[in-house]
Design a protein around this ligand. Structure first.
Ligand code: UDP
Length: 330
C-alpha cells in the first residue's frame, strides 16, 4: 500500500479515483483549486483518516510533505464549454501543472500516471483510434488549448521517462460518464438529461451524425488502476468501444427519461470530431481489461443520480463565475 497524490481530486474522475485508491488501502492526498471541481464530490472522504485535502493550483509549484509512491495527475478543465471559458488556465494546467507533477514525482521517487485524452487524436482520420495514430489536431482552433496542452503533457511525460528514467504511465481517456458529472458542464450526456428533467427540448449540435463511445466511470477507473500497477510507459486507450451517433443517443435519453420533448438542431461547434471510438486491443492485451457496464445499465445509474440532486442544481446555468480566474491568467 502506498501514499498517493491525486490532482483534480474534487472533479468527476479525480473523486472516483480517490475513492478507489482508498478502497485499495492507499493513503490519499487530494489536491484541487476548485475551479471546475466541487468539494461535494469528496465531502464523504473528509472523515476518513487516510484522506487529506489541499486546496492548491498545481500550475504553481507543488509542495507535499513526506513520501509519495504515486501521483495521478487529473487536474484540468475537461469539457469544451469549460476550456473555452478558461483557455489559459487549461493550457497552464496541462503544461506547467504537468511539469510540476513530474518534478515532484522525480523528487519523491514516485510513479506518475497522467490523464491524457482522445482529444489528442483531434478529428481523427483513423477509425477506430489506435494508440499509434498521431492525430489530426487544429492547434489554433477553440479545442486547441486543451488538445495541445494534453499533447505537450504526453511529450513532457515521455521525456521524463526517457531522460530521467521516471516511472510514467499515460492513459488516453475517451468520453466517460457517471455520477458526479456536473449537470451544467455542457457535455452531451448531462446536457440531454438536464434538458429532459427540465422539460426542455434536447439540443443536437449539427445533424447528429457525429459519433462518440461512452464509457461508464467504474470501468474507466478499473482500467486506470490496472495501468497504474502495470509496467507500461507508452500511452494506453481506455474507453468503451460501443459507438453511437449523437442523434441515436438523444433517442436513448428520450426513452430513458420518458420525456415528451423533441430534439432541436443547433450549429455544430468548430472542430467537433465527426467520429470517435477507441481501439482497446492494447488495454485488453496488456491489462486484461475491457468495459463491463453496458450503456443501458450505466445510463440508468447516472439518470438516478441526476434525479437525486437538489432541484436548484438543475436550474444552475453556470458552475461558477469563471471571469475572476480568466482575469488572473491574462
Ligand atoms: N452535443 C450535442 N448537444 C449538446 C452537447 C453536445 O449534440 O447539448 C454534441 C457535441 O457537439 C459533440 C458530442 O455531442 O459532437 C459530444 O460532446 P461533448 O461535449 O460531450 O464531448 P466531446 O466528445 O465533444 O468532447
Amino acid at each position: 500500500m502506498g501514499r498517493a497524490l491525486v490532482t483534480g481530486a474534487a472533479g468527476f474522475l479525480g473523486s472516483h479515483l480517490c475513492d478507489r485508491l482508498i478502497a485499495e488501502g492507499h493513503e490519499v492526498i487530494g489536491m484541487d483549486n476548485l475551479i471546475t471541481g466541487d468539494l461535494k464530490n469528496i465531502e464523504h472522504l473528509f472523515k476518513n483518516e487516510k484522506f487529506t485535502f489541499y486546496n492548491h493550483d498545481v500550475s504553481n509549484f507543488i509542495h507535499v510533505p513526506g513520501d509519495l509512491d504515486y501521483i495521478l495527475h487529473f487536474a484540468s478543465p475537461a469539457s469544451p464549454i469549460d476550456y473555452l471559458k478558461i483557455p489559459i488556465q487549461t493550457l497552464k494546467v496541462g503544461s506547467l501543472g504537468t511539469h510540476n507533477c513530474l518534478g515532484l514525482a522525480l523528487a519523491k521517487g514516485a510513479r506518475i500516471l497522467v490523464a491524457s485524452t482522445s482529444e489528442i487524436y483531434g478529428d481523427p482520420h483513423v477509425h477506430p483510434q489506435t494508440e499509434d495514430y498521431w492525430g489530426n489536431v487544429n492547434p489554433v482552433g477553440p479545442r486547441g488549448v486543451y488538445d495541445e496542452a494534453k499533447r505537450f503533457q504526453e511529450a513532457m511525460t515521455m521525456a521524463y521517462h526517457t531522460y530521467h528514467g521516471l516511472e510514467t504511465r499515460i492513459v488516453r481517456i475517451f468520453n466517460t460518464y457517471g455520477p458526479r458529472m456536473r449537470l451544467n458542464d455542457g457535455r452531451v450526456l448531462p446536457a440531454f438529461i438536464g434538458q429532459a428533467l427540465r422539460g426542455e427540448d434536447l439540443t443536437i449540435f449539427g445533424d447528429g451524425s457525429q459519433t462518440r463511445s461512452f464509457c461508464y466511470v467504474d470501468d474507466l477507473i478499473e482500467g486506470i488502476y490496472r495501468l497504474l500497477l502495470s509496467d507500461h510507459a507508452q500511452p494506453v486507450n481506455i474507453g468503451n468501444p460501443d459507438e453511437i451517433s449523437i442523434g441515436d443517443f438523444a433517442e436513448e435519453i428520450i426513452k430513458l427519461t420518458g420525456t415528451d420533448q423533441k430534439v432541436v438542431y443547433k450549429e455544430l461547434p468548430v472542430d467537433d470530431p465527426t467520429q470517435r471510438r477507441p481501439d482497446i486491443t492494447k488495454a485488453q492485451n496488456i491489462l486484461g481489461w475491457e468495459p463491463k457496464v453496458n450503456r443501458a445499465e450505466g445510463l440508468k445509474i447516472t439518470y438516478e443520480y441526476f434525479k437525486s440532486l437538489p432541484s436548484e442544481e438543475l436550474y444552475k446555468k453556470e458552475h461558477k463565475d469563471f471571469s475572476q480566474y480568466a482575469r488572473k491568467n491574462k
